[in-house]
Design a protein around this ligand. Structure first.
Ligand code: ZN
Length: 224
């Protein structure tokens, strides 16, 4: 029987690439997506589509993280900042404790279905400066998951895989293209139009647009 893996899947460029990596490793896949009141909820349709394409079972969890006005991604009023190349620091689009919560749900799903492997598409090279994307956070979450579950008693261990951790955005795209990812069917924009089109200006759009341009390509998710 195939080993099971839980893949955190937002429907964005990184997580869809991460799903393709896990698929190549021949796991029985369980994709896990979250509706946390994000303004770019359009990503969830693409998460489902990519999960189905990869033959993954799709799990969707809905909840709210703190109060909506704490993040530009969940607030109706706050403005999403534009992408500024080379800008670092924690931007207004940071969502309180997001990956801490996501990984907790992933550990719960994994433990309940007998999966030991969890995949998360975090990256700490070309990213928005979020603390919950850092390698130390992933290491510490792995340790916490192993301490806080039956794993400690039953002598098995979770492994949290972050295969994109040290890749530049254009390296992620090159890898994904080699695995057959269709990036026109991914959504990364923080601030899409009401009909779901990418804005081309936010941090997330800017990072992927620059990476496609570096490769001599046009981001296929833009202009649709
Ligand atoms: Zn955007």
């Amino acid at each position: 029987m195939k080993k099971k893996a839980v893949v955190l899947l937002s429907g964005g460029l990184d997580s869809v690439t991460c799903l393709a990596i896990a698929a190549k490793e021949k796991y029985a896949l369980h994709a896990l997506s979250f509706d946390y009141g994000q303004r770019h909820r359009v990503e969830l349709a693409l998460a489902r589509e990519n999960a189905e394409k990869a033959g993954a079972e799709f799990h969707l969890v809905s909840f709210r993280l703190g109060v909506p006005e704490a993040s530009a991604l969940t607030s109706k009023e706050a403005a999403v900042p534009d992408y500024i190349e080379g800008e670092h620091g924690i931007p207004a689009t940071y969502v309180p404790a997001r990956n801490l919560v996501f990984l907790s749900f992933a550990a719960a799903l994994a433990e309940s279905i007998g999966a030991r492997d969890i995949f998360i598409g975090v990256n700490s090279i070309d990213y928005s400066g979020y603390p919950d994307c850092q390698p130390e956070f992933i290491r510490s979450s792995t340790e916490t998951a192993n301490l806080g579950t039956k794993a400690a008693d039953e002598k098995w261990k979770f492994q949290i895989h972050a295969p994109l951790q040290n890749l530049k955005k254009h390296e992620i795209i090159t890898l994904g293209l080699s695995l057959g990812v269709d990036y026109s069917r991914t959504h990364s924009c923080y601030n899409p139009s009401p009909d779901g089109r990418a804005c081309g200006k936010c941090d997330s759009c800017g990072l992927r647009k620059a990476a496609f341009e570096y490769l001599g390509l046009t981001d296929p998710a833009l202009g649709k």
